[in-house]
Ligand binder design. Structure first.
Ligand SMILES: C[S@@+](CC[C@H](N)C(=O)[O-])C[C@H]1O[C@@H](n2cnc3c(N)ncnc32)[C@H](O)[C@@H]1O
Length: 455
């Protein structure tokens, strides 16, 4: 009854409104006379545009409501089943709940719901490119991190074109601004950091920094040092905290800071290690002029093009006048070297035909299986070694000038023959390639001092 009254009242109001509008329109059309048709066309076009606008707004709002309510449902289930949020369990879900079919089914239904939610968000890109993907990027991160294994085992049930590729290569991060994308990547990397990444302190890696720390640094117990972009803190724990007077560990990822906190707990309690959540590309002023020795172990690799010089500038400012900066820099020259090996040692050798057709085929394969796969960009020095997250490397020949502009004078640059060198078997495990007998992949080992002549 109430609904009926409401409908009647709405109709009445609309009719009352329509009468003056009709009268006004009729008078205008009468006045206009001969211009009636063109004006009617203009009015129709405006009307159409307005209708379309209202439709799009309506669709946007209803999609937002739908996606938000789905997210709410997912969160409610997560609150009721906290074990579904523990990545250590959800990644091995069949092992974890294999003997409890009820729980396993419940988890499977939940994981499917999460991925269907993600697929719905993905499909909005037809009408609203980027809008919802950007807003709900956290849903993809959450699903990939916790329910990625379930997805791989059930990927055939997700049929939207391109969705698999989108998930496997974390393509939602492309819709975000480069800094947010980087931060999300590191925030989610911390759990599997040692599994995914090649790093200079891994067994078998030739790393001149170890000998440098042991033999070249005197009076360690008097020095204040900093590890910029400390990651999970293993470098601080094993190499810095036991020897130096005070160690600052900085990172902009909350999760990385938490991981370092866990790893360096004992030193933090003693007051030897202090952790600071700081973005190197923005502001390190808390440490200006405080540091005797600063380190960066593969932490200068921002997507944002203007960030590399900013980071170096900020680090330079943290050094005391006699301060030193020791860095391991991801080398783009090494990336070029690997690309060349792929071409010469693999694609060209495996191609069929005469010399010319072999060359053409090998080039095409290089584009497809290297450039596209690893998002290689020679002009911008970009490369995604995990096939998903672009990183900005630095060419060996660019290091000195970049450092100089930031107020740092390079005193030692180990490259190609005297650098951090990764054996091929480690490279193979992390997807870099395997070319035994050929020059191995390297990062640059750089030592710089504060350039006081520029002040
Ligand atoms: C490749 S990891 C290296 C971590 C560590 N130094 C190691 O050797 O394992 C890069 C680290 O730098 C941090 N990082 C990257 N850009 C940063 C920035 N602008 N400010 C602070 N930390 C940053 C990331 O969060 C991540 O922990």
């Amino acid at each position: 009854m109430r609904r009926l009254i409401k409908a009647f009242l709405t109709l009445l109001i609309l009719t009352l409104l329509a009468i003056p509008i009709y009268l006004f329109g009729a008078t205008i059309f009468q006045l206009i006379g001969q211009y009636y048709y063109p004006i009617a066309a203009i009015v129709a076009i405006i009307g159409l545009a307005l209708t379309l606008y209202v439709y799009i707004q309506h669709r946007r709002t209803s999609l937002l409501e739908l996606l938000s309510s789905l997210n709410q449902k997912v969160c409610e289930i997560m609150i009721q089943n906290p074990e579904f949020t523990d990545y250590r369990k959800t990644r091995k879900y069949d092992e974890e709940w294999g003997c409890d079919p009820y729980k396993l089914n419940k988890f499977e239904a939940f994981a499917r719901m999460c991925w269907e939610h993600a697929e719905t968000i993905y499909n909005t890109k037809v009408f609203f490119p980027g809008l919802f993907i950007k807003r709900f990027a956290f849903v993809f991160e959450r699903c990939k991190r916790r329910y990625g294994n379930w997805f791989e085992n059930n990927s055939s049930s997700f049929s939207s074109p391109g969705f698999l590729e989108f998930v496997r290569h974390c393509k939602w991060r492309k819709y975000l601004d480069p800094r947010t994308a980087d931060l999300l990547r590191w925030d989610n990397e911390y759990e599997d950091y040692d599994k995914h990444m090649i790093h200079p302190f891994q067994n078998g890696v030739k790393n001149p920094l170890v000998a440098y720390l042991k033999n070249e640094i005197k009076n360690k117990e008097e020095k204040v040092v900093a590890d910029f972009g400390c990651g999970n803190g293993y470098f601080i724990k094993d190499y810095l905290a036991p020897h130096f007077k005070k160690v600052y560990g900085t990172d902009y990822s909350d999760n990385m800071i938490q991981a370092t906190k866990k790893n360096c707990d004992e030193f933090i309690k003693k007051g030897k290690v202090e952790l600071l959540k700081l973005d190197m590309a923005k502001d390190l002023s808390k440490l200006y002029e405080k540091i005797d020795l600063g380190f960066s172990i593969n932490s200068i690799l921002p997507r944002n093009p203007t960030d590399t010089p900013k980071i170096l500038e900020q680090i330079a400012k943290t050094l005391k006048s006699e301060g030193q900066f020791v860095a391991i820099i991801p080398s783009f020259t090494a990336v070029r070297h690997v690309r060349k090996l792929y071409y010469e040692e693999k694609f060209f050798k495996e191609a069929k035909g005469n010399w010319l057709t072999k060359r053409v085929r090998a080039r095409l394969r290089l584009r497809r299986e290297f450039d596209r796969k690893y998002q290689y960009n020679a002009r911008k020095n970009l490369f995604a070694d995990n096939e998903a997250d672009i990183q900005r490397f630095i060419g060996d020949d660019k290091i000195e000038s970049l450092f100089k502009k930031a107020g740092l004078k390079v005193t030692y640059l180990g490259k190609e023959s005297d650098e951090v060198e990764y054996p091929w078997d480690i490279c193979e495990r992390t997807g870099y390639g395997y070319f035994p007998g050929k020059k191995q992949v390297w990062d640059c080992f750089v030592i710089a001092i504060k350039d006081t002549t520029q002040a």
